[in-house]
Design a binder for this molecule. Structure first.
Ligand SMILES: [Zn+2]
Length: 68
């Protein structure tokens, strides 16, 4: 799976606010949870043992361009 956003892989564990963004429930850039939120690709997380997990993330209208 390709990391399709500009974000570098995030080291786990992430904080709660970041987790909400990774779960696609808030804009990956600013954390805005109000709609409309559109899919912009995937952000990867890495755990200590090197496992990489892709998350489908969303962005608000304002950040749609900067995150894709
Ligand atoms: Zn945003």
């Amino acid at each position: 799976m390709v990391n399709t956003t500009e974000f570098m892989p995030l080291a786990l564990p992430v904080d709660r606010a970041t987790l909400v963004r990774l779960q696609g429930r808030a804009c990956i850039v600013c954390g805005d949870a109000e709609g409309p939120l559109l899919a912009v690709g995937h952000v990867e997380t890495t755990s200590g043992d090197g496992a990489v997990l892709p998350w489908a993330v969303v962005a608000c209208a304002e950040h749609r361009g900067s995150a894709s």
